[in-house]
Design a protein around this ligand. Sequence first.
Ligand SMILES: *Cc1c(COP(=O)(O)O)cnc(C)c1O
Length: 340
Amino acid sequence: MIPTYPLDIDSLIQQLPVEQVFPSWLDGSSVELFLLRLDLTDVDVSGNKWFKLAKNLSEAKTQEYQQLLTFGGAFSNHIYSFSKACAQAGLSSVAVIRGDELTPESNPMLAEVARSGTQLLFVDRKDYRRKYDEDRLAFYRDQVGEFFLIPEGGSNNEGVLGAESIGELVVNQTISFDHVLVACGTGATMAGIVRGMSGGADQPQVHGLSMFGQTSVEPERGWLTKEVARFIADPKRTNYQLHYDARQPGYGQLNAELIEFANQFLKETGILLDPVYTLKLMAFAKERVAQGFFDHSGKVSRILCIHTGGLHGWLGYVDQVLGADMPAQLSGTIKQRLFS
Ligand SMILES: *Cc1c(COP(=O)(O)O)cnc(C)c1O
């Protein structure tokens, strides 16, 4: 699918199903677990990035831009989806990448982005931090010509607007959910989900899990809280909360326990999770279920986890996927999906 806007919710409900799953860690609990399969949007323009890019691309087209520019790290899902979406839409694309020591050959994700026709500009960390400063933007314009700017993560107003459609998808299901769980980077996707719900009293509680928040450092918590509130831009919306206890190790890192968990989830549900976001979201869900966090005095509790896609994130773990330590079913599925 090529992201276009407005998104057609009725047809998306057909194409991006909600599936109930039965991992063994639910046994004995009163929780029913469902997954909204945004990972089925498109192999390349994946999950929540598809929604955030849809509105940005159509806005760029409306304003008659032929070229788009955005920012990201060496393994950014956003950069990868941006590159593929622009190629599909016939638009030129430029990606400013953090790290002037990098090249298009530094990793398989950058290589694929370059192969899709995206021009890569590698900048040092100091200039990357100042990326939105007027003199830096003028510098990029000198280098590549005029462009429509999409901020890091695709997280601007257009991005949040696109993500509102995910909230609509959630409340338009025939099942009504008590809790919705979503992984947060910038928080724009979560904000869109909250905004896309009707705002009535019977709304599910939306839980956002910060991927950067394993630390208890207060400024970091404050940053995401503020960002989400700014994106929601409606103080009357209060049916959401943020969590900062994502599984160790830190952002973008895996350990043997998480890999085994991903393998077990795949075995028991047939669903592959991405290594950076949804795997840790699911580990968080498991932990909270075990703690009885979702129990409502014996009543069944319906939880919807948003599978935000990002499966190509496994391209950042090629050594593990091709190595001997990863369980065969997991590595086989990843290879089949990404390396064939
Ligand atoms: C980028 C990404 C997120 C985080 O989205 P934000 O809008 O930045 O919070 C979550 N899940 C996946 C798979 C992603 O690629």
